[in-house]
Design a binder for this molecule. Structure first.
Ligand code: GTP
Length: 603
């Protein structure tokens, strides 16, 4: 690789600030197919990812750049760019940090009409912590509401990069693209690290391929790796023989070797994605490095929920589907769970709420399953009266107060960016969620609030409430920081005088009554009326704290269209059938999915 000049970079931005569009323009201008076009042509990329317009899996691409005549000295020089995409959601913060560790620089994108947002700041700090060169790019300058100077000024305040260093660009019109390409050459350092050193390569992503097994996406930091080499994974000490390797263009290109500075993929007959953890380091058994790349964290699910097939016959189908999804997702976990109310199902672990939603939607769409999901929960750490310390993420198994010495719950550090005028309302919301303020910073005319909040408090409708009280202007990001003691209780729910284990929730003592009230009210609304009145109750340790009733009345959907035309009748029947699919029989009462998520509903 003597003489080949590399630049490894990533694009980071707040959601919707135009990362994918700008990446497509860069690819196009260098003669590669745009990411979006490629997605449309690749069958196995996530349909969901496209629909939601968010990036979930990172896809690197290798590009060739020849410096144009206009640069004068250096014209005609060739560079290889590796653009490493990053996931654009708070659930995947660790993946972002590993992708950044594979780079020497980033384009920090800010929407010219929005300015700096919460994820802009968080991502910028990730880049700074990784010691990366930051090129500020003000994007979407074609928008009528664009204020490029203002946005550049905000970046200067937040990241400390002079506003005049910002490049004004538009992924839509292509403005600024030549300047960005030159800045990548001039401002981002070339990778260091010697090809003659022992192999040290960082895994920044992995995907499962039915034919080759797990493909490791790696950045070679030092040394060299070739087919037939035996590689060693630092986290678990396992060995594999390299079958094939190569680069991305953006498809997989088979190559002879990967050397220090390069970004590529390795197939080594790895069958289990658990052996290909993001952030792990690989080395060669015949020429090993002693030190792994620092900062490895095994993928840890932090949000848990029970998934049950509405039709008990589908249990095996659900297990197979979960196994299939797990092949490609080391961060997702599941284990069998039995609920008295719901029967056989699985307790599943996710990186966050979005990750949970994605998995559920994929199960329903790609595997044609009808599921009941229980309310999301976090991991609680319990010190029992006999001194034993246990962890539980299943509210149904949360012990009563008298059996516990102490309960601890996870806390997050949350950053919220918002216009000044909404600060009061947002502070009040954070207060309601048991948050405590750390700092408040002004960025231009906007404010960044840093709070510490119990993680569980944002699982229930927090994001929707934040958006509505700030008229859509607030943005947020967070990371889990530690565990702290809290006065937490289990609230049990009874339907028709029977306890429904799958409906139990854990909540802070101060909120137990209001939450119990909210749940039973919501449930009495969504449970279809029966021939008899059905009581719904909330209780703590057997003591009833709230009660509501589903009134007696059998809903006859056909009564309304007596004599009406047959197609309308059919439509109504179909509608009812569809609704029924997501019902679960509990004793003699049919309980719909909404009831299980009553705790999530916005008041
Ligand atoms: P994530 O993948 O979720 O991080 O989103 P993203 O940052 O990749 O944003 P994306 O490229 O999907 O763009 C978001 C929206 O902004 C889309 O509706 C784009 O069409 C629009 N957009 C992107 N770039 C520009 C631009 O330069 N000008 C204008 N006017 N609109 C743009």
């Amino acid at each position: 690789l003597q003489g080949v000049k590399f630049r490894n970079f990533s694009i980071i931005a707040h959601v919707d600030h135009g990362k994918s569009t700008l990446a497509d323009r860069i690819l196009e201008s260098l003669g590669a197919m745009g990411e979006r076009d490629k997605r449309d042509q690749t069958l196995d990329t996530l349909e969901l990812e496209r629909e939601r317009g968010i990036t979930i899996k990172s896809t690197p691409v290798r590009l060739k750049y020849t410096r144009p005549e206009s640069v004068g000295e250096g014209a005609g020089e060739e560079y290889i760019f590796n653009l490493i995409d990053t996931p654009g959601h708070v659930d995947f913060g660790y993946e972002v940090s590993r992708s950044l560790a594979a780079c020497e620089g980033v384009l920090l994108l800010v929407d010219a009409s929005q300015g700096v947002e919460a994820q802009t700041i968080v991502n910028a700090y990730l880049a700074i912590d990784s010691g990366l060169e930051i090129i500020p790019v003000v994007n979407k300058i074609d928008l009528p509401a664009a204020d490029p100077e203002g946005a550049a000024q905000e970046m200067e305040e937040v990241v400390g990069i002079p506003a005049e260093d910002a490049i004004f660009a538009s992924g839509k019109t292509g403005a600024g693209i030549p300047e960005i390409l030159e800045a990548i050459v001039q401002r981002i350092p070339a990778p260091s690290g010697s090809a003659d050193a022992p192999l040290k390569a960082l895994i920044f992503d992995s995907v499962y391929d039915a034919y080759q097994g797990v493909l490791l996406f790696v950045r070679v930091l030092e040394g060299k790796v070739s087919p037939k080499d035996r590689i060693n994974l630092f986290s678990n000490g396992k060995n594999f023989e390299v079958d094939r390797l190569g680069t991305f263009s953006p498809g997989l290109i088979v190559g002879q070797s990967l050397e220090a500075g390069e970004v590529g993929w390795i197939a080594a007959g790895i069958r289990d994605i658990q052996d290909a953890q993001v952030g792990d380091t690989i080395t060669r058994t015949d020429f090993p490095t002693t030190e792994p790349f620092p900062g490895f964290k095994p993928a840890q699910p932090v949000v848990f929920s029970g998934l049950y097939p509405t039709d008990t016959e589908d249990y095996r189908k659900l297990r197979e589907a979960l196994e299939r999804l797990k092949l490609n997702d080391a961060a997702f976990s599941f284990e069998p769970e039995t609920s008295e109310a719901l029967g056989f199902g699985f307790r599943c672990g996710f990186l966050g709420l979005l990750h949970a939603e994605i998995v559920q939607e994929r199960l329903e769409r790609e595997f044609d399953l009808d599921l009941i999901a229980t309310a999301p929960a976090v991991i609680y750490r319990l010190t029992m009266t006999d001194g034993e310390i246990i962890e539980t993420q299943n509210p149904a198994q949360f012990p009563t107060r008298d059996r516990m010495e102490k309960v601890e719950e996870p806390y997050i550090k949350m950053s919220v960016m918002l216009p000044e005028e909404h600060v009061g309302a947002v502070m009040q919301l954070l207060q309601e969620r048991r948050g405590s303020m750390v700092t408040m910073n002004y960025v231009g005319k906007r404010v960044e609030l840093i709070y510490q909040v119990p993680f569980a408090e944002i699982l229930y409708d927090f994001h929707d409430r934040l958006k509505s009280i700030s008229r859509g202007y607030a943005s947020m990001d967070y990371e889990i920081i530690d565990y702290r003691e809290g006065d937490l209780r289990k609230v049990d729910i009874y339907v028709n005088n029977e306890i429904v284990d799958a409906l139990a929730v854990v909540v802070h003592e101060d909120k137990a009554y209001s939450l119990g009230r909210k749940i039973v009210d919501k449930m009495s609304e969504v449970i279809p009326r029966q021939m008899w009145a059905v009581p719904v109750q909330a209780a703590i340790g057997g003591k009833i704290i709230a009660r509501a009733t589903v009134k007696a009345y059998r809903k006859d959907v056909l009564a309304k269209c007596y004599g009406g035309d047959i197609s309308r009748k059919k439509k109504l029947l179909n509608k009812q059938k569809k609704g029924k699919a997501r019902m679960k029989q509990i004793g003699t009462v049919e309980v719909p999915q909404e009831a299980f998520l009553a705790v999530l509903s916005t008041e």
